[in-house]
Ligand binder design. Structure first.
Ligand SMILES: Cc1cc2nc3c(=O)[nH]c(=O)nc-3n(C[C@H](O)[C@H](O)[C@H](O)COP(=O)(O)OP(=O)(O)OC[C@H]3O[C@@H](n4cnc5c(N)ncnc54)[C@H](O)[C@@H]3O)c2cc1C
Ligand code: SF4
Length: 338
């Protein structure tokens, strides 16, 4: 049994004050990841700061025509929110592809961004893991690595980011609003999660004294031509082997704008602006999509057990782009099976 202190934050300023005063403390929201990590002895916070009573639990329209999602909005409420269903169905679809209904009821938007990798060595404290114990080595590179990354890896870590929601947020170009001792700031989603490099223990650019207060979506939701395709070992309650979020704007038989992000393949949602530029101005054809998928995966590298992911990701990109262009997203079937 590891002792820890429990305290409740009165407001956002109090939450920041508490975390700044005790760097070994952690915020607790839904607890669906943090409590597991504590039970497995991977994380041993000295204090849990309960933020569940803070007034950051609303979905509101912004003056710019977008949406502000409070960090404490539960994943399930968000997925079925009328404004998400109408304007950002790609995000709703990604949320419903994650976890189980019970977990989605507990899981918060902010916690989803900060959930840690599902690399089994990270959870197994008897094995070396640079993310858990910096400098100890990476057990996955020469170990069982079927679930691991094929893009953006380093010699120190080949873990993937497990979130579905974050893949859609990357494609939608969301921003993360945070508050710390230095005040408020807004982080572009592409800059929020990190690649492992030589510091895989650091997942994000959030500072230790900062709290996520909201996620902001720009007005454009690609509601007509989108898809969130998740390939996994079971139809529900499994993390992605590969997932693809696509948003297309099609006019006059040509792609006017394209967004494409991959999950399950890297330490962060993987987006490639060159591929999006390549798609822009091209006809939505199988040749265009095949070429885009080839470019997206050209730098991919497997580590043995996960070699299959390279071809799986290539085919998934083609399928997701085709579904989006046809206006036949996977989200309809998600809602029946989730
Ligand atoms: C069995 C299982 C299956 C799952 N399957 C999937 C899946 O398929 N797809 C998927 O995407 N996810 C999946 N999840 C993960 C789940 O979505 C996350 O655990 C959840 O989103 C985390 O949210 P939470 O509120 O419970 O976070 P918590 O566990 O409370 O916190 C997680 C981390 O975030 C920090 N934190 C929380 N809120 C804030 C904030 N506002 N500001 C700063 N720090 C904060 C905490 O300190 C902690 O470090 C699964 C989880 C489980 C247990
Ligand atoms: S892949 Fe990353 S998380 Fe997994 S064992 Fe290696 S260092 Fe640890």
């Amino acid at each position: 049994m590891n002792n820890f202190i429990y305290s409740r934050a009165r407001d956002v300023a109090d939450a920041v004050r508490q975390i700044a005063a005790e760097p070994t403390a952690r915020f607790i929201a839904g607890g669906t990841n943090l409590i597991d990590l504590m039970k497995e002895n991977v994380t041993r916070p000295s204090r849990l700061i309960d933020i569940t009573h803070l007034p950051i639990d609303k979905v509101e329209e912004t003056a710019q025509g977008g949406l502000r999602i409070g960090a404490l909005v539960p994943n399930s409420d968000l997925a079925y929110h009328p404004l998400i269903e109408a304007h950002y169905p790609m995000l709703g679809s990604a949320l419903l592809a994650g976890a189980s209904p019970q977990l989605r009821n507990m899981a918060s938007a902010g916690g989803n961004l900060l959930q840690r990798t599902r690399c089994f060595y990270f959870y197994d404290t008897t094995t070396p893991c640079n993310k858990r114990t910096p400098g100890s080595g990476c057990s996955a590179i020469d170990g069982i690595n079927r679930m691991h990354a094929i893009l953006g890896t380093s010699e120190h870590c080949i873990a993937t980011h497990p979130s579905d929601m974050c893949v859609a947020l990357a494609a939608l170009e969301a921003r993360v609003l945070v508050t710390g001792t230095g005040g408020e700031r807004s982080i572009a989603f592409a800059d929020f999660h990190r690649l492992p490099g030589d510091t895989p223990e650091i997942d994000t650019t959030l500072q230790p004294d900062e709290i996520i207060t909201a996620i902001e979506l720009p007005p454009k939701g690609f509601a007509a031509n989108y898809t969130y395709l998740k390939i996994r070992d079971r139809l529900s309650y499994a993390f992605a082997l590969v997932s693809v979020a696509v948003g297309l704007e099609i006019a006059g038989g040509m792609i006017k704008e394209a967004r494409l992000a991959l999950g399950g393949v890297a330490h962060k949602p993987w987006r490639d602006r060159d591929v999006e530029a390549q798609l822009t101005g091209a006809p939505p054809s199988s040749e265009t999509f095949g070429r885009a998928a080839g470019t997206m995966l050209q730098g991919a590298r497997g580590f043995g057990h996960n070699d299959f992911k390279i071809e799986l990701a290539r085919r998934s990109v083609v399928r997701a782009l085709t579904q989006a262009a046809r206006g036949t997203p996977q989200s309809q079937s998600d809602k029946r099976t989730a």
